[in-house]
Design a protein around this ligand. Structure first.
Ligand code: TXA
Ligand code: MG
Length: 348
């Protein structure tokens, strides 16, 4: 049976609705809720059975651990075995917000959450609905992005319903998410600290507070043995739309030339071409069958906000191939490109 979607006031979440959602969490059910990054599929993070439901609903590989979401700093100390100085520095600056830290875990955390590792990922979201839900539930909430494994993360309640409407007990609709891509994941169990997943908070920003922080070698193109992959999420194909995506690189002139050639090539083959570009580049292009403008090149945050929504829109239309522009790999652009490269079947 399809689940209920309830609209919630983002600034002042209605107590009754939050209470109802919290009851579902306490009873071991699944509640999808908005965070400032993407929607999460939440369950009681201390309830093994409930956590197993998350894996089943998402068809998530068993070896990919979950993030525990908290609303009170005290809980960080209850979940982590040790909270190093670096962790305190980062959470002071970035929590609540789109930052996830990996620390050694306490024994009380079920192995189901951490996929049998001795570490746990923790985040304090800024979204008020998320915060109120965690507080009312009285437990840390385990929540991966609320999409089927491998699909683009959901940035609206409709996206969640599309993927997990039958498996979820309730979806809290807090509108379109503000940031649109997931949190940055940092491993603080190693020295120097490593970024495991680039996200909303950029490496440039993080370096101001942890000058020695590094990107995991896998993120800069090094091929590593599976054993050395710190974050299992790294090895899976992710964010993939249904139609193959070609990522187009180069300066503006080169990009436009490649676009034009590919648009003509696929149109001749009677293929439906979807185009995903900035408004600046679109001005120079012939039309595809579906044209989606991600935003302005001058505002990479806007591009990030619209990225997953664009990929999902192509899935809803009849498109055979997606042509997407590449963006500068600075600030949040690095996180955008990380996702686009994972989504791409070809880079030209
Ligand atoms: O913005 C976000 O982080 C969203 C919202 C809902 O909070 N959540 C999210 O969760 O993106 P998920 O499960 O889709 O991605 C979590 C990432 C995965 O790449 C996973 O491998 C990594 O974090 N991760 C979780 N626990 C870990 C651990 N103990 N060690 C290393 N990586 C871990
Ligand atoms: Mg995910």
């Amino acid at each position: 049976m399809a689940c209920q979607i309830i609209k919630v006031n983002l600034k002042k979440p209605q107590k009754k609705i939050i209470q109802m959602a919290a009851e579902i969490i306490k009873k071991g059910g699944l509640v999808a809720f908005p965070t400032e990054t993407v929607y999460g599929l939440g369950a009681n993070g201390l309830d093994k059975k409930a956590i197993k439901k998350i894996f089943k609903a998402k068809r998530r590989p068993q070896d990919n651990p979950l993030i525990l979401h908290i609303a009170d700093l005290k809980d960080l100390f209850k979940l982590a075995k040790k909270v190093p100085k670096e962790a305190q520095t980062l959470v002071q600056k970035f929590w609540p917000g789109p930052l996830t830290i990996v620390l050694f875990k306490r024994k009380s955390i079920p192995n189901e959450v951490s996929a049998n590792r001795d570490t746990v990922a923790i985040r304090m979201p800024r979204n008020k609905i998320a915060q109120e839900l965690i507080k009312a539930s009285g437990v840390p909430i385990a929540a991966p992005s609320a999409n089927l494994a491998g699909r683009p993360s959901p940035t609206s309640a409709k996206d969640v319903f599309e993927d997990l409407g039958r498996e979820t007990d309730l979806i809290l609709d807090g509108g379109k998410t503000k940031i649109g891509i997931e949190s940055t994941v940092i491993d603080l169990t190693v020295k120097p600290p490593l970024i495991l997943r680039p996200g909303a908070i950029s490496i440039e920003e993080l370096k101001k507070f942890l000058p020695n922080i590094k990107l995991h070698p896998f993120l800069i193109g090094k091929k590593l043995k599976e054993k050395t992959l710190k974050s299992p999420g790294m090895k899976y194909k992710h964010y993939a739309p249904k139609a193959p995506l070609i990522l187009i690189q180069g300066n503006l002139k080169e990009k436009i030339e490649k676009f034009q050639n590919l648009i003509s090539f696929y149109k001749k083959q009677k293929k439906g071409v979807g185009i995903m570009v900035s408004k600046e580049t679109k001005k120079f292009l012939k039309n595809g069958k579906v044209n989606l403008i991600l935003g302005s090149q001058k505002n990479l945050k806007e591009i990030a906000r619209n990225l997953f929504n664009a990929l999902r829109q192509f899935d809803r239309k009849k498109i055979d191939i997606i042509l997407c522009e590449s963006f500068p790999e600075k600030e949040i652009g690095f996180a955008i490109m990380y996702r686009l490269k994972k989504a791409a079947s070809k880079i030209v």
